[in-house]
Design a binder for this molecule. Structure first.
Ligand SMILES: NC(=O)c1ccc[n+]([C@@H]2O[C@H](COP(=O)([O-])OP(=O)(O)OC[C@H]3O[C@@H](n4cnc5c(N)ncnc54)[C@H](OP(=O)(O)O)[C@@H]3O)[C@@H](O)[C@H]2O)c1
Length: 323
């Protein structure tokens, strides 16, 4: 027997309970992992509350790192003893788990288990957003909401390195300092000022090339007013709640904007796309272009406390559950 956080009903943080589980043996194409750490991400909140529905009972968590301890039939990309990491398949709040070998990447020696658990999902999301969804180029000006958060911190550093002018929104002066240290050229306290006016003033009235918006309900519509004509709106999360529907003609009225709603797991659905995305992330981390920050670490059994902190906007950078 081994332990995992299980939820048997959707709801608040009290639903996150440590239980004994029987993991069993890996099937065809699967491996068993001894996990070292699990990442904590906002999507875990959506899974816990049922905002993104799943069958119950459920072991939450979509990101982790650890060592391969058993290998099923037809597995060729990893072997027993390999250090690996992943983002995607639900079930990472666990000491041990089964996982499809196709979802794993080999971890370079320079990257620790804790670092990997804190960056695979947020880091590959940053790669997807900046390098695939809207490919930023030197000279672009971009707006990143929640710039001191896990995904925002990685994006700010990476975009800055690519020669982009980065404007980041944050809720507190302390978070503004973090965002600036991460490469934001300008920060906006969007809880205290009108971020549309601020962006207009910072861009000489032109607007930004792209907005990366993970906050959703409270920022989506106003973000459209921050974008220059024919620019791009990337909505990729809803930390403040779901977005109200809009009519396509709104995009014309706001300046013939492009709107997209990407999901990382579509962008890393095959071993080839996964490995391309992960290797680019590993390169920027190894060369310290992106410095990952695991600013909060909780024991697996304290997952409820970790969720409380994340939802209260009390975290910065990445958060992990250690095992
Ligand atoms: N589409 C994808 O494939 C994909 C992949 C990864 C992540 N995401 C999304 O990206 C977002 C960021 O994820 P993350 O794990 O890196 O989290 P995070 O940014 O570290 O945490 C969320 C941040 O959102 C901001 N926020 C604004 N209003 C909020 C509210 N009402 N409640 C809570 N937070 C609020 C807070 O920053 P301030 O205090 O500065 O406002 C908070 O720290 C999430 O929405 C997640 O679902 C999407």
């Amino acid at each position: 027997m081994t332990s995992a956080i299980c939820i048997t009903e959707f709801g608040g943080v009290d639903t996150l309970k440590l239980q004994d589980i029987n993991v069993g043996a890996p099937g065809k194409g699967e491996v068993k992992l001894q996990q070292a750490a699990s990442g904590l991400n906002f999507i875990d909140v959506y899974h816990r509350t049922g905002a993104y529905p799943n069958d119950l009972p459920l072991i939450p968590g979509v990101e982790g790192s650890g060592t391969v301890i058993e290998v099923g039939e037809n597995v060729t990309n990893v072997k027993i003893g390999d250090r690996v990491a992943y983002a995607g398949p639900i079930g990472s709040y666990a000491e041990q788990r089964l996982i499809s070998a196709d979802n794993l990447v080999l971890l370079p020696d320079e990257i620790t288990f804790e670092q990997a658990a804190g960056m695979m999902l947020q880091g590959m999301t940053a790669q997807m957003l900046l390098r695939q969804v809207y490919k930023v180029k030197a000279g672009d000006t971009i707006l990143i909401h929640a710039a001191a958060g896990g995904t925002g911190s990685i994006m700010s550093q990476w975009a800055n390195h690519l020669g982009v002018k980065v404007i980041g929104t944050v809720s507190t002066p302390q978070k503004a300092e973090i965002a600036k240290a991460n490469g934001c050229h300008e920060t906006i306290l969007y809880t205290q000022t009108d971020f549309v006016e601020e962006v207009k003033s910072l861009t000489g009235g032109k607007g930004v090339d792209v907005v990366y918006d993970s906050v959703g309900a409270t920022t989506f519509i106003k973000s459209l007013d921050c974008i220059k004509p024919m620019g791009t709106m990337v909505t990729f999360g809803q930390s403040s709640g779901p977005i109200e529907p809009i009519l396509p003609i709104t995009l014309m009225q706001k300046g013939s904007l492009h709107l997209t709603r990407p999901f990382l797991f579509h962008y890393i659905a095959t071993p080839k796309t996964l490995n391309n995305c992960a290797s680019e992330l590993f390169e920027v981390v190894k060369s310290e272009i992106v410095k990952t920050a695991v600013n909060q670490s909780f024991a697996l059994r304290d997952a409820a406390n970790a969720h409380t902190q994340l939802e209260a906007r009390a975290t910065t950078g990445s958060t992990i559950l250690t095992i």
